[in-house]
Design a protein around this ligand. Sequence first.
Ligand SMILES: [Mn+2]
Length: 653
Amino acid sequence: MLNQYKKVKRLVWLVLAIEVIALGISHSIFRLPFSVVDGFFVVVNLILLIVFMEYSEEYHNERLLTISKILGKDSQEAFLFGELGLLTIDHNYEVTWISELLHVRMYDVIGQKIMNWLPETKLLFNNEADMVQVTINDHIYQIRRKENGQTLFFKDVTDFTIVKSASEDKQIVLGLIHFDNYEETTQYEEEQRISLIDSKIRHAVYHWANDRGVFIKRLRNNRMLLVLNEMLFKQMVDEQFSILRMIRDASSELDVAITLSMAFARGSLEFPELEEMVNGALGLAQSRGGDQVAIKSYGEDVVYMGGSSEAVEKRSKVRARVIAQTLKELIVNSSNVIILGHKEMDFDCFGSALVVSKIVNSYNIPVSIIMHGALENKLSLAYAQEKESFNKQHHFIKEHETYALINDRTLLIMVDHHLASQSSLPQILEKVRKIVVIDHHRRNQDFSFNPLLVYMETAASSTTEMVTELIPYQQNGVELTEAESNFALTGILIDTNRFRTRTGSRTFEVSALLKQFGADPILCDNYLKDNYQEFILKTKLMQSLKRFKKGIVVASMQDDTILDRALISQVANSLLIIKDIEASFVVSKISEKTVGISARSNGNINVHVIMEKMSGGGHFTAAALQRDNTSVEQVILELELVIEQWLAQEDEK
Ligand SMILES: [Mn+2]
């Protein structure tokens, strides 16, 4: 159409040019009179003008007709086909007109206020969103507002939304189930009893998975693979992994210590990636004591669920023997051994360092204990008393002496902690090739270094208990002095709150062994006695006590007095002596810029879960938190909120 128009225009220009040339020639060369020639041209031009005008009008009419045709009848159908709707409102936000699609779907809304009908559209009018998604009856729409205008565009996205969520629901989730203590439990059992355990526990897991449409396959006697999708996974999350409780109940009925550690990996389409994620997560679930689920979503931190029973004596003596053997081999194959404790070493840390030092010594391998930074107050006082006797038996080194001792065959043993950030001398971890970790704290992070041997038992009361237990398995015979056994026993006393929490039969066995080496409970008790000043501070803390439901109490030092970390954990412990108190939290400043919480439980409330919500860590019965650049008041507010949320969740259960 347009080309035609241009052609005509070009033609007119051409005729005009010819006219000018012809006029010029006729006047200058032939000298013809004006009237004849010019009259002729005027007539021709008039005709041309009329033809052109006619043509233009025709062209114009044709264009108008086409647009009105499209916008009219056809556009209605196009809008219906594309499931697009329009709606206009007046300045009172009342609907004045709706287009065909909305009309066909019988939305009888003319005259209504748009925000009463679709409250979500409010976001469009106060410019908080460019687009909102709403559901009207069975249809899902995206709604957009014409920029600052009074027209709303509706786009039906029902099909798209369904397909999208279906494809998300179908995404693969990989899972692993590990039967904690299965091997140890069935090792010495009669065939008949093993088959009973299998039917009550292993088969229960099969049934549970099959009922939910999950693919399950045995990998080993104590391990199963699960393949499922997001939808099935969400159902499991909704029922809070009921299988954990089922197996726990079945176990206690059979009087065995089998629980489940489960791990799931999701959010990736790559199978090798999912496999790596699920293996890592299972390791974490197990090292936190089992009986829980670790969920690793791609690109996010691991989330834990369950873990509602405190690990009770579910480690085996077989493991202790195997560890003793492995540790011995590592020791005799090294040039020297260095023992590293955590910051502000306490009795458990220092006591276990002494015991490990004695074990290494029995193999005639040079061994040193790093003494860097301050010791915890009471340990520091006790250490001053026994310094001479310890110096005869052990080699203590300062930071500057440490580096000269390190070579390729140096073995470093970390006691009572497992994170570089908690080490009293973290720099050394980068310089040593061979590292062993011995700890009783729950692991919730991957190691930043690569340990050769990890001996972590969350069911153990203390690191001292774990290392003292290794003594009888040493061929050369290890004997502790009275002072060493006193320090070790004091470590156990503190970490168990004097045999109240996390105390198993093996805690008493180890204590009996320490008693044989000459430990004196009265002396240990003396090490732990408060001085007058401490007593006053503790009493002040006690007076601030605030009580919540389910026997939870919070004590705090509101006036910004800086208290020793050990002191606030002692107060948290002592609060549990009160009848009906199930869990205690003590908040106070622990240094000029740090606020700390110490949390304790008698075993019915998982304080670890509560502290974890505030990014703290610990155990079922003992957890803690340190936070920089905040106030006691702020931390208490947050803690109370987390406790209230926890209580609300418990109520729902
Ligand atoms: Mn400890």
